[in-house]
Structure formats: structure tokens, C-alpha cells
Write a protein that binds this ligand. Structure first.
Ligand code: ADP
Ligand code: ASP
Ligand code: MG
Length: 404
């Protein structure tokens, strides 16, 4: 019997009716003779509400308690889904991340899966049961609950697909696959039939939240194909894979955008060896991840240093950077929380000139000012004002002829 691993996201299990719909889909996979493991996210906006609840009690919820609290959202949806299946006459059992054998490190709120011991899952499958696993969570060596980072249920699913030897990991969501841009922003966006891990990882890392970046990373590492499709329709989805059959196109594949960007500039930084380390080491120690960094050319050995962080980390980053700037003899630190980024991705861009120029002119035609630029071999990212992001994505979609 084939093992099928499916994952259903928050909007797919948003209310009782939707949970019943998912139960019917899981039952159909079971009826085809498969052994079925389904990973679920929390219902609708539950995780956001739990975050809000924690901060309504205190400014400092404490990372351990915070993760236990957040993990309860997936416990609710997984138990309800198992109940729905049982009501339909199917043998189903829900397991928490810990019971499912998801072992993680102790980096709360962004824990990494260090191993999966699916003993209990296998035992339940052997009894003929459907196994429902609470996504987004795991357990440390000390038996403390951790969460994997927002959107992390995708990663639970891919890790389980790998450890159970599934042929493909099926991710069911509220859109029909991976599109040439977020279909909620660009209605003309086209669904891709397939995409390589490398491109998908860049898209996910730069804001296309249809997949959790670490799920794509895991998929690539273990060569696990990932099928992204709708939990509401039966349309064919998008296959994320590393196969050879991919058409190599001299083209941009898709556009990602991210509104979770804040910018910090340290003005008047003395330009001498060791200064960048003096600024960024303490930020790394405080678990603040830095994205784009730009250092201006120095005039009279004085320069400005600008970098971006997630909006949620701005306050913490400013608290760290202020004293450092003082200690190295720099001037003031200024920040802007209203930034965003737009990214074009495509392996076809490699070694082909002209993509950057086309991107910049499409943005300038819309009067959008580019503040920072960062690139990889298959990606160009522009940091712009938050308010220009929507227009920028639409303009780029048109400029690179993605609606055709
Ligand atoms: P789930 O709750 O199922 O995990 P998410 O909300 O995390 O779903 O991800 C699905 C959403 O990702 C879609 O509703 C869509 O708005 C967004 N998205 C962003 N970029 C893309 C893209 N390129 N293709 C498809 N969806 C995208
Ligand atoms: N419920 C978690 C979140 O909202 C995890 C997930 O949905 O994948 O981020
Ligand atoms: Mg998601």
C-alpha cells in the first residue's frame, strides 16, 4: 500500500464545514487503498489570535510558554478532523507533533526539525487507521514543545513524507498551485504546472507564502517532490521538483512580494576593518536575522550602512544597534518600518543580461523609487516603499509578460 502524506492549511480547515470537506478528501484517498497521514494547520486565523492573546497579557510572554500556546491551535484542528473522520465511519487518530515523533532543536518560534521518529505513526497505520498530525510543532530533547516558524506546517508535512517514504508530499491550500505572482494581488497571474526547488526556494524566502521556505529546502535535500494544489477543487496543481524535464526558459518564472520589511540606517559609520562585524555580531547573537545590507561608498572614511529586518524585529534591532553605533563613534540610527520588497525569480535569468534593466525601468515608469537592491544568480530584489508594492508587482508581471 502506498503511503500518502497530505497537508491542509489554515483556510482549508477554517470552520466546521471546511473540516468536514477535508475529512471527505482524506477519506477518498483512504478509499483508494492508500495509507493516509494528514498534517493540519490551525483553523483560520487561530495562530494570529493566540499571538494577540499572549501580548494582551504581557509584553514579554516568554518563549517557552509562547510556543506551547501557539501549538494548541493545531491540536484543536487535528482533533476535530479526526472526530469528523470517525463520524464518517473511518478509523482515525490525531497525534500532536511530539506523539508523531517530530524532534526539534530548542530555538523557540523557529525550531528546526533535527529528526523524525515516526514509530507511533507507523503503528497506527498498521492498525489501518488514518493518522492526523498537528503541524507546525515538535519537541526538544528536554520534552519541551517548540514551533517551527509561521507557515511551518508545510515543513512538518515534507519531513513526514521523507521519513515515511512517501512518493510525493501533497500540500493542499486555498489556491490551485504556485502562480506567476500572488493571485490575490494579480488576478491575471497564471498557474505554473511545475517549478524547480531552487526557484521555489527563492520565491518562498522572498515572500511567496504559498510554501514555507524550509519545507522547500527539505524537499530539495531529500529529493521529495511536492505537489501544491487546492483543497476545494480537483484541478491539477503545481509540482515542485528537481527533475531534468524542466523547460529552461530565458524568462522570469514568478514574482514574489513581501510587506514585512523594515529598514535601519546607521549614519556616519567610520570606514575601517571590523566595523561591520561590530554591528552585525551582536544582532546575530540576539537572533535578529538581517536581510539586505548596503554600505555606501565612503567619503573621508565615513560611510552609511543600511540593512533590513522583519518588522516584528525592528524594535529589538534598534535597541541593539543604538548603543553599538555610539560605541564605534558612528552618528545616529534611523529606521523606517514602512518598507516592502519585490523580487523577480527565474533560472532563465542566469547569464542573460537585461533583466535588471527591465525590472528597474518597469518600476521607474510607475514612479517607484528603488531604495536597495539585492541579487542572487536567479533573483533580483528591490526594496521599495510599502505603498508601492502592489503596483510594482503588477507592473513587473506585465513587463515580463507573465500573463501570456
Ligand atoms: P495555507 O493556510 O494553506 O498554508 P497560505 O496562506 O500559507 O495557505 O498560502 C497560500 C497563499 O499564498 C495564497 O492564498 C496566496 O495569497 C499566497 N501566495 C503568495 N504568492 C503566491 C504564488 N506565487 N502562488 C500562489 N499563492 C501565492
Ligand atoms: N498555524 C501556523 C501559522 O499560522 C502554522 C501554519 O499555518 O503552517 O503560521
Ligand atoms: Mg501556509
Amino acid at each position: 500500500m502506498a503511503i500518502v502524506v497530505q497537508k491542509y492549511g489554515g483556510s482549508s480547515v477554517g470552520d466546521a464545514e471546511k473540516i468536514k470537506n477535508v475529512a471527505r478528501r482524506i477519506a477518498a484517498a483512504k478509499d483508494k487503498g492508500n495509507e493516509v497521514v494528514a498534517v493540519v494547520s490551525a483553523m483560520g486565523d487561530t495562530t494570529d489570535e493566540l499571538v494577540e492573546l499572549a501580548y494582551s497579557v504581557t509584553d514579554l510572554p516568554g518563549e517557552r510558554e509562547f510556543d506551547v500556546l501557539l501549538s494548541t491551535g493545531e491540536i484543536v484542528s487535528s482533533t476535530l478532523l479526526a472526530m469528523a473522520l470517525r463520524a464518517m465511519g473511518y478509523e482515525a487518530i490525531s497525534l500532536s507533533g511530539a506523539q508523531a515523533g517530530i524532534r526539534t532543536d530548542a530555538a523557540y518560534s523557529r525550531a528546526r526539525i533535527v529528526g523524525v521518529d515516526p514509530v507511533r505513526i507507523v503503528k497506527e497505520l498498521d492498525k489501518g487507521r488514518i493518522v492526523i498530525v498537528a503541524g507546525f510543532q515538535g519537541i526538544t530533547e528536554e520534552m519541551d514543545t517548540t514551533t517551527l516558524g509561521r507557515g511551518g506546517s508545510d515543513t512538518t508535512a515534507v519531513a513526514l513524507a521523507v521519513s515515511l517514504g512517501a512518493e510525493v508530499c501533497q500540500i493542499y491550500t486555498d489556491v490551485e498551485g504556485v502562480y506567476t505572482a500572488d493571485p490575490r494581488l494579480v488576478p491575471e497571474a497564471k498557474k505554473l504546472a511545475e517549478i524547480g526547488y531552487e526557484e521555489m526556494l527563492e520565491l518562498a524566502s522572498y515572500g511567496a507564502k504559498v510554501m514555507h521556505p524550509r519545507a522547500v529546502e527539505l524537499g530539495e535535500l531529500f529529493n521529495m517532490p511536492i505537489m501544491v494544489a487546492s483543497s476545494f477543487t480537483d484541478s491539477p496543481g503545481t509540482l515542485i521538483h528537481g527533475g531534468e524535464t524542466m523547460e529552461v526558459r530565458n524568462k522570469v518564472t514568478s514574482i514574489a512580494h513581501d510587506l514585512d520589511v523594515a529598514k535601519i540606517t546607521v549614519v556616519g559609520v567610520p570606514d575601517r576593518p571590523g566595523i561591520a562585524a561590530a554591528i552585525f555580531e551582536p544582532l546575530a547573537k540576539a537572533n535578529i536575522s538581517i536581510d539586505t545590507i548596503v554600505q555606501n561608498a565612503s567619503i573621508n572614511n565615513i560611510t552609511d550602512l543600511t540593512f533590513t529586518v522583519a518588522k516584528s524585529q525592528l524594535r529589538k534591532a534598534m535597541e541593539k544597534v543604538g548603543p553599538i553605533a555610539k560605541s564605534i563613534g558612528a552618528g545616529e540610527c534611523v529606521s523606517d518600518a514602512k518598507m516592502g520588497k519585490v523580487t523577480i525569480v527565474g533560472t532563465g535569468m542566469q547569464n542573460t543580461p537585461g533583466f535588471a534593466a527591465r525590472m528597474f525601468s518597469a518600476l521607474s515608469e510607475k514612479g517607484i523609487n528603488i531604495q536597495l537592491i539585492s541579487t542572487s544568480e536567479i533573483r533580483i530584489t528591490c526594496i521599495i516603499d510599502e505603498e508601492g508594492v502592489k503596483d510594482a508587482v503588477k507592473a513587473l508581471h506585465r513587463a515580463f509578460e507573465l500573463e501570456e
